[in-house]
Design a protein around this ligand. Structure first.
Ligand code: ZN
Length: 403
């Protein structure tokens, strides 16, 4: 490619992305954000309008006479797919990230990758037919295990070993003839939260997914930090001081073994059987298979054992988060996942454990909060991941061919 063509395409991509992320913006705003001359912007905007990617609209406020630019509705779509251990959330987004459709599906068992992915592909094709999506421009997928991002393959997933090395990226690219990116669940949740949730407009934050397992997504300088091999943020097996609880990995005192969902339901059962928790004992008597939800209900009802369970779990997460705060100095820590409904006892204990041992400078403005997007953070992040990719300077020329 000649350098001049490269410059033009990069500038077009840059201006398109400014409009895409701003929502609506006038030409003066684009000039300010891009640092490109007015005449170049004018040429590039005309190009984007003639391609049908961007449209000019009149401002709602009649006192603002300048026309604004926005992404043209309905020109193309991408899919954001998020698989958990028992459910799938599938969302088709327009290019401006507005939602065309969203559906949730129950999955009994995801241990077989052939069966599970055949069903996901079938679901996505049905959604495309139903909502008249002629062809997807890209697909982002979040899966609940470690993923080699470059290869687009799972790497040694502890709970679903048959998925190891399964060629996910290749499979979806072949089925849908479009770019596909595969990422682990917590990284896409972090991206989604940063795009539209509690940390929008923040460049450096941590997203901790606390559920059956515990993991962290690191957003540094506005981007996912994956580390050398893609497993940065795998905090579930960091040891908790003084704990001797045996973890399934063979070590003792791992965060996941102390404060993961499975560990907490085990403790809840003990406290119900011993009668230490009257609330949980009653739930057990009623025939419930105790879950994190029962612990939360007990804490809300004022059951002291349930409150202590929630606080101890929060303290353990906080002890690990404190090390991350000292190391990375994030502006926020967002808690998501199945235990994110634990409420103030949980988040208070996390905050207290962090503040106890961190520098004042690192914590006096640090926010510790629950995810705003909840179960939409995953699909939203998967959609953002693929949109950022297809409209990056490198991919933009290929993406234009899809119009
Ligand atoms: Zn472990």
């Amino acid at each position: 490619m000649k350098p001049s063509e490269l410059i033009t395409q990069n500038t077009t991509a840059q201006i398109y992305n400014i409009i895409r992320t701003a929502g609506e913006i006038n030409r003066m705003g684009i000039t300010r954000l891009s640092g490109v001359s007015k005449s170049t912007i004018s040429i590039q905007i005309n190009k984007l309008i003639s391609l049908g990617l961007v449209e000019e609209i009149s401002p709602e406020n009649s006192e603002q006479r300048k026309l604004k630019l926005k992404i043209r509705e309905g020109i193309g779509q991408v899919a954001g797919i998020f698989l958990g251990t028992t459910k799938l959330k599938a969302v088709i987004f327009n290019l401006d990230m507005s939602i065309l459709c969203e559906q949730e599906y129950h999955f009994e068992n995801i241990s077989d990758p052939v069966e599970t992915n055949s069903r996901i592909i079938e679901i996505l094709k049905e959604l495309c037919d139903q909502y008249r999506v002629r062809r997807l421009w890209g697909i982002g997928l979040g899966f609940p295990f470690p993923v080699d991002f470059t290869e687009g393959k799972p790497d040694s997933p502890p709970n679903v070993p048959l998925w190891h090395g399964y060629p996910l990226k290749e499979l979806y690219e072949k089925e849908f003839s479009c770019p596909v990116l595969i990422e682990n669940d917590v990284n896409v949740m972090a991206l989604g939260e940063g795009y539209m949730g509690s940390t929008r407009n923040e460049a450096d934050f941590l997203f901790i997914k606390a559920g059956t397992g515990i993991g962290a997504g690191l957003i540094i300088d506005g981007k996912i930090y994956r580390g050398a091999k893609g497993c940065a943020g795998d905090i579930g097996h960091i040891p908790i001081d003084g704990s001797t609880v045996l973890c399934h990995c063979g070590n003792k005192g791992c965060l996941e073994a102390v404060a993961g969902g499975k560990a907490l339901t085990g403790l809840a059962k003990e406290k119900a059987e011993s009668g230490e928790s009257p609330f949980l004992a009653q739930r057990l008597k009623e025939g419930c298979e105790l879950s994190a939800r029962d612990i939360n209900d007990g804490a809300i009802a004022g059951d002291l054992s349930c409150i202590k369970l929630v606080q101890d779990a929060g303290k353990a997460v906080g002890q690990v988060a404190e090390k991350l705060v000292s190391f990375l100095n994030p502006s926020s820590i967002v808690i998501g996942g199945g235990l994110a409904n634990f409420g103030n006892h949980y988040i208070g204990a996390i905050r207290e454990a962090i503040i106890r041992r961190s520098l004042h400078l690192a914590t006096y403005e640090l926010r510790v909060c629950f995810s705003e997007l909840k179960d939409m953070s995953g699909p939203m992040g998967a959609g953002t991941l693929i949109l950022d990719h297809i409209f990056s300077s490198k991919e933009f020329p290929e993406t234009l061919k899809r119009i």
